[in-house]
Design a protein around this ligand. Structure first.
Ligand SMILES: Cc1cc2nc3c(=O)[nH]c(=O)nc-3n(C[C@H](O)[C@H](O)[C@H](O)COP(=O)(O)O)c2cc1C
Length: 390
């Protein structure tokens, strides 16, 4: 074969190769008409139309623990915007469990009845109405973020705070009163009463808040739990209050409805709660069967935390826990783009993506993302049909 023939044949091969790779590229670029992000999923009897959950986000806009038009519009807009699960912000089980004066509560029937309107509207838009229940413990009684989130002393209208131990959250923060054994029993009853009201209000999914340095997290972490009774010291003792809380929830929460748990998987501080303990805990939860999904967040219990923040920075927690325990998980934290969200679900790193600030900025993030991912069968509400111009 002459040089020119050799060149001819290699260039023919190049053309063939480029044609093949062009086809591959086209095949890769041709989007799956059913992206994983928009595939429905079920927990017990409840089906979410997609894998997107609105993260619980305090609005600091209630009075006496009551929701108002702000909460209806805020949560309603995210349901209209296509989120599969729409969660309330942290709703507190008793007045001293509120973070601020303006946080929500569920310790009376008026609060239940106001929340019922929101749950009903969210569900009517095709989203699953979810409620997060919590207690702020030693991080209660502070000002709103736009007022500086500093502790408000009792003399200035704040209230006494409680915790696992008498360790304040940080220097200058109030010294909490440790809950006694009887107090813990009373807290479990209080939680159970709020769960009953959440059911009566029509919520279809309940998330128990054990993350971000609030009361349940304060019991889990050796950095905040220095008790010497059955609720402190060993791992088994530190998780006891959480396990009893989950039992209390399940006493009121119907077997056909899902229960999620939000966990700070790591304190991001040496000697604190960490991924290894989280895996151990979730393994136990998986065996017990009360919890249907672990929502994997982190931090919030100690101001010394060093968090390496970047897009999807908590996704590895959701992935590791899912792989190690078989428990369904949700990934949360800086998941802002449709492609990242899709890859988290498609690669089996988590069952759900939970979006906070992206959905604050854009209530129709799910519908826009469906368009960006070329998802078929995702429709705008009929009232907004003509806005489908993207
Ligand atoms: C304004 C605001 C309020 C929040 N309130 C809560 C809350 O009530 N409960 C909770 O578990 N997390 C709360 N978070 C944390 C978010 O749910 C979420 O985990 C966090 O913002 C990271 O997700 P993102 O990067 O998608 O915003 C709040 C976050 C923000 C920005």
């Amino acid at each position: 074969m002459s040089d020119s023939e050799r060149n001819d044949s290699s260039s023919r091969q190049d053309v063939a190769d480029s044609r093949t790779s062009g086809e591959n590229a086209r095949r890769i670029l041709k989007r799956d008409p059913h992206p994983h992000l928009f595939r429905p999923t079920s927990f017990r009897s409840v089906t979410s139309r997609n894998r997107i959950m609105l993260s619980p986000m305090c609005q600091y806009s209630g009075q006496d623990g009551l929701t108002n038009d702000w909460h209806l519009v805020h949560l309603g807009a995210r349901a209209v915007g296509g989120a599969g699960i729409v969660s309330t912000e942290a709703v507190h089980v008793e007045p001293r469990g509120r973070i601020t004066h303006y946080c929500l509560g569920l310790w009376n029937d008026e609060q239940r009845d106001r929340l019922a309107r929101i749950a009903g509207f969210v569900e009517a838009q095709g989203a699953v109405p979810a409620i997060q229940l919590g207690h702020a413990g030693r991080k209660a009684s502070v000002g709103r973020p736009w007022e500086g989130t500093q502790p408000i002393p009792v003399a200035e209208g704040g209230w006494e705070v409680v915790s696992a131990s008498d360790k304040p959250y940080a220097a200058g923060w109030p010294v909490p009163t440790p809950l006694s054994g009887d107090d813990i029993a009373a807290e479990l009853d209080t939680l159970q009463a709020s769960v009953r009201r959440a059911r009566e209000a029509g919520f279809k999914l309940l998330e128990l808040h054990a993350a971000h340095g609030y009361l349940l997290h304060q019991f889990l972490s050796p950095l905040s739990n220095e008790r010497t009774d059955d609720y402190g010291g060993s791992f088994d003792n530190r998780i006891r209050f959480l396990l009893e809380s989950l039992e209390a929830v399940r006493r009121e929460w119907p077997a056909e409805l899902p229960l999620f748990l939000r966990l700070s998987v790591s304190d991001w501080v040496d000697g604190g709660w960490d991924l290894e303990q989280s895996i151990r805990l979730v393994g136990i939860l998986r065996e017990r069967g009360e919890v249907d999904l672990v929502d994997c967040s982190s931090g919030g219990n100690d101001p010394r935390q060093q968090i390496p923040i970047h897009p999807g920075y908590q996704v590895p927690f959701a992935q590791r826990i899912r792989e190690a325990t078989g428990m369904p998980t949700a990934a949360v934290g800086l998941i802002h783009g449709a492609d990242l969200a899709e890859s988290v679900v498609a690669n089996g790193q988590a069952d759900l993506v939970v979006l906070g600030r992206a959905l604050l900025a854009d209530p129709v993030w799910p519908l826009r993302s469906a368009a960006a991912l070329r998802a078929e069968n995702v429709t705008w509400p009929v009232q907004y049909e003509r806005s489908n111009i993207f």
